[in-house]
Write a protein that binds this ligand. Structure first.
Ligand code: FRU
Length: 487
């Protein structure tokens, strides 16, 4: 805590510091962990290295919120301390039982120098009476080895727990002995004693060598398995990130432990979205949050002693059988300085008075008319020629996110298959100082990325190769949502 506190003030000076996205007060973070609704508040933990802006021995950082909009940092919740978690408290989840909050996580131990082969992973439990201070249970590890069968003995991690009827269930990320991703299902009556049920689902074809961070829940009557497959090969426009995050939906047979499911779908088509985790809240909503980054991408904020952030919370629902993700409505509380336009014709390039910024929400409904290419450039700067280019291509039916001229950091292009509805395109952008999330056609597709533009790259420009109409355009500046850590 001291390490993080000493650094947080200088980290906050950095112009890329996010204003309404969750990040660490300082130093490194990755996956969301233990996302849960407990005693009237949302708790979110995260993989945290509190001594440097690089990944290292993992702790669980902690932040909470009453409304998923205004966040308050809390002291670090878990630290490596025992023989079984000596080299890291890896990812996991949290669940309420008898009024207490239980965190189930993976204890990681390196047994040699090669992090890929020389490791031992076990599953552990810690319990809290106040949601803030956690004690590891004496029975740890509660799952001390991977089951027999075609299951890799060491790559065995990221427990996500839920309750159904009288039982607790947990899914674990795994791989076969010859490196095909899979998910294991366990059940328990008390969270302490776990019984292995089955390999719930496994990679067939191109679904990677390891499935990390599984999550299982039911949504609109279907069972959904979310997971983060490592090492899928790219196919056409898809899967160009190092690792993917997506879902399969179907029906889980709670007797056999087998999930019958359809094909894999991405949850986000941008550059930076990994290890998503969901929680159900008191209204029965299924909320998802993910690490807004990707392993091995460049993270220019590291030179300012921080790294990583969460996406905004997204509410999941289904439409024609597919999952759609929408920004949660609570974020409207952050809105300031509303600017609205109606029925604006764009032909060529067009800027609009009052429409610029680096921390805002922008919603626009476009009538594509006969244009074949049109879109928005954001974070533009005339001096440096920086821009982040968001284009709809009608002939290809693709939405294209181009960050080649976005500033520092990695460039690249990502494409999402998108159709027009009645010749209309709806875009809903959340821009923060160094991030963009684009919700396309009411959350049918989402594209998320970190970008690292110059401080004064604040322009917004609409463009079209033939006349289009901006039927409605609403823009709000968004205010700060995360307050500093005070101990
Ligand atoms: C996913 C992951 C998890 C692991 C954690 C370690 O990003 O690799 O599988 O528990 O990060 O920080």
């Amino acid at each position: 805590m001291e390490s993080v506190l000493n650094e947080q003030e200088s980290v906050d000076q950095n112009h890329w510091r996010l204003q309404y996205h969750v990040s660490t007060p300082a130093f490194w973070m990755n996956d969301p962990n233990g996302f849960s609704f407990y005693k009237g508040e949302y708790h979110l933990f995260y993989q945290h290295h509190p001594y440097s802006p690089e990944w290292g021995p993992m702790y669980w950082g902690h932040i909470k919120s009453k409304d998923l909009t205004y966040w308050e940092h809390l002291p670090i919740a878990l630290a490596p301390s025992e023989e079984y978690d000596r080299d890291g408290c890896f990812s996991g989840s949290a669940i309420e039982k008898d009024g207490k909050l239980y965190a189930m996580y993976t204890g990681n131990v390196w047994t040699g120098d090669n992090y890929d082969t020389d490791l031992r992973q076990v599953q552990c439990l810690a319990v809290s009476e106040d949601g803030v201070h956690f004690n590891k249970v004496p029975q740890n590890p509660v799952i001390d080895s991977a089951p027999e069968g075609d299951i890799h003995p060491y790559h065995f991690r990221d427990p996500k727990v839920w309750k159904k009827d009288d039982y607790y269930y947990c899914v674990l990320g795994s791989r076969t002995k010859d490196h095909e991703g899979q998910v294991l299902l366990y059940c328990s009556r008390d969270l302490l004693t776990w019984e292995f049920m089955n390999v719930m689902a496994k990679s067939q074809g191109n679904l990677g060598f390891m499935w990390e961070c599984p999550d299982l829940f039911s949504l609109d009557g279907q069972d959904v398995l979310v997971m983060s497959p490592q090492g899928m090969k790219s196919e056409g426009d898809l899967y160009h990130n190092l690792h993917q995050a997506g879902y399969v939906k179907g029906k889980l047979d709670y007797k056999t432990g087998l999930l019958q499911h359809e094909d894999f779908q991405l949850l986000d088509y941008g550059f930076g979205f990994y290890a998503p985790q969901t929680a159900e809240d008191e209204h029965g909503r299924r909320i998802m949050i993910a690490w807004m980054a990707m392993w091995e991408s460049s993270m220019p904020e590291q030179k300012h002693n921080w790294a990583g952030a969460m996406t905004i919370p997204r509410e999941l629902s289904t439409k024609q059988g597919n999952i759609i993700s929408k920004p949660i409505p609570e974020l409207k509380q952050l809105r300031q300085h509303h600017v609205q336009y109606k029925n604006i014709t764009v032909n060529g390039e067009q800027e609009l008075a009052g429409i610029s910024g680096d921390c805002y929400e922008l919603e626009v409904k476009i009538n594509a008319k006969a244009a074949s290419q049109f879109g928005i450039k954001v974070r533009t700067d005339n001096d440096t020629h920086q821009e982040t280019l968001l284009t709809y291509d009608r002939l290809e039916s693709l939405f294209i996110f181009n960050r080649d001229k976005s500033g520092e950091g990695d460039g690249g292009i990502r494409k999402a298959p998108v159709g027009l509805n009645d010749n209309h395109l709806h875009l809903h952008l959340f821009v923060d100082k160094s991030s963009i999330e684009v919700f396309i056609n009411e959350g049918e597709k989402v594209m998320t990325s970190r970008i690292y533009p110059a401080d004064n790259a604040k322009g917004i420009c609409f463009f079209a190769d033939q006349e289009i109409e901006l039927i409605t355009l609403n823009k709000w500046n968004l205010s700060k949502g995360v307050s500093p850590l005070i101990v």
